[in-house]
Design a protein around this ligand. Structure first.
Ligand code: SF4
Ligand code: SF4
Length: 134
């Protein structure tokens, strides 16, 4: 069972390139995300929705700034301690457990992903990470 950072690094090690924070990628936020961001910024949840979100399919997602990146990106994530669940879980997401090709699709835009790692190892680490931290 993966239990430490070295083991996680077998399949993924973030290079801090910021690529995943760029473009209209659809970082959806749930109620818990919105509350945490509001508290961190000392504003109301409604302000988070109005000032930092747009909607897609009736659901709120983070807006894109003029620089083409997520509205909270400025060389680093400005809300790192409370970043949304979607950002915290990347790249340990359920869809990779279902289809290994998703790992490679993600790898094409995320240089931190090790596409050469064995799929069984990737699966084990993702499952363990989801069980532990989510
Ligand atoms: S694209 Fe991947 S390597 Fe780059 S910042 Fe995002 S998670 Fe890290
Ligand atoms: S909230 Fe932070 S980590 Fe998530 S997309 Fe925006 S800048 Fe990137």
């Amino acid at each position: 069972m993966p239990s430490n950072k070295d083991e996680l690094n077998e399949v993924f090690k973030c290079t801090q390139c910021g690529q995943c924070c760029k473009g209209y990628g659809g970082t959806f936020v749930n109620d818990d995300d919105i509350l945490k961001i509001a508290k961190y910024l000392n504003i109301t949840p409604q302000n988070v929705l109005v000032d930092y979100c747009q909607t897609s399919g009736g659901k709120p997602l983070l807006s894109i700034g003029e620089n083409g990146y997520c509205i909270f990106w400025n060389k680093v994530c400005k809300i790192h301690p409370v970043k949304p669940r979607m950002c915290r879980t990347w790249p340990y997401i359920e869809s990779v457990l279902i289809d290994s090709s998703n790992w490679h699709v993600m790898g094409s835009c995320c240089p931190g992903i090790r596409e050469d790692a064995p799929y069984e190892r990737i699966r084990a680490i993702i499952q363990d990470t989801l069980d532990r931290y989510l």
